[in-house]
Write a protein that binds this ligand. Sequence first.
Ligand code: ATP
Ligand code: MG
Length: 352
Amino acid sequence: MKIAIFPGDGIGPEVVEQARRVLAALSLPGLKLFEGDVGACAYRRHGHPLPAETLQMAKAADAVLLGAVGDPECDGLVRELRPEQAILGLRKELELFANLRPAKSFPNLEHLSALKPDIARSIDCLIVRELTGDVYFGEKGRDRNASGDVVGWDRMAYDASEVRRIAHIAFDAARGRKRRVLSVDKANVLETSRVWRETMIEVAEDYPKVTLAHMYVDNAAMQLVRDPAAIDVLVTGNLFGDILSDQASACVGSIGLMASASLGARKTEFGTFGLYEPIHGSAPDIAGQGLANPSATILSLAMLLRHSLGLESEASRIEAAVEETLNAGVLTRDLGGEASTREVGDAVLARL
Ligand code: ATP
Ligand code: MG
């Protein structure tokens, strides 16, 4: 079992440090850790935000745990050298086609949600977003129309094989949850969505114990705030997923609690290769002060153990320990408390 750890910039190293302590406490036999530079720190040390040796390290590993990248001091650099480009490079090179974001409310933190407390309390869903296709990657261009006006266009397309592989990710995830997949599309108007829907139905035949339902994206946006408890696994394309995953995060509340996984095409000995990171950025405003909430990164580690290393019970134990820590009121400033990054780490370790 090999994990590549890229702490990155800003609060990245601080939050990753706590995840590393949690990992060490599990004493997993045969685990090897590698550490690499990515982002602004990599640019400073090696002249590039995604050095070749970092990429090599990621490719040789079963999973990558990433802190955060980004540094306002790099804003003036040419595009290829900006820290954020490293993420795009990793996604492309590692073929990370599936983005998973669990959205789960935490006890006693409902007030952070944009929703009413009783609705916020009921959220426990997983958003599965396709990440490498759709209108973002289709041919794009500019023309003039008949009256000489400028026209911009972007081609939206999915082939069945792209839909099939994201469908399998969603159905596999649903098997370990409440066994419900909600596929979100716009099949009443888009041909892309009709291919999407047909393919979802085809893949569902491989999963007799999981139920599949379909919803148009406009209705899904509404149901996500009205009755989120009805949603277990929501799977959708790149564009709709971009919007719905941020919406789901706002329904839960704090950015410091939200984990994510980006799964690749490669299978490991124990699961699927993936890159795991908190959804928050490098938070330069609080970096180096011990104020950052490490929960999202620790929860990202739990996802790593589950999806890439097949360690479901260890993943669940970590999630329970984080939940109990929050429940006990050990909270960083973003959650209204006074605990430091390390104190939250200590509290999680104590509960493991
Ligand atoms: P990026 O472009 O890298 O996503 P951003 O500017 O959009 O960065 P963040 O870096 O995520 O956003 O920060 C947004 C706000 O949330 C900041 O005020 C930051 O301090 C806060 N924040 C982000 N992550 C955490 C965390 N783990 N703990 C506490 N506060 C956080
Ligand atoms: Mg951001």
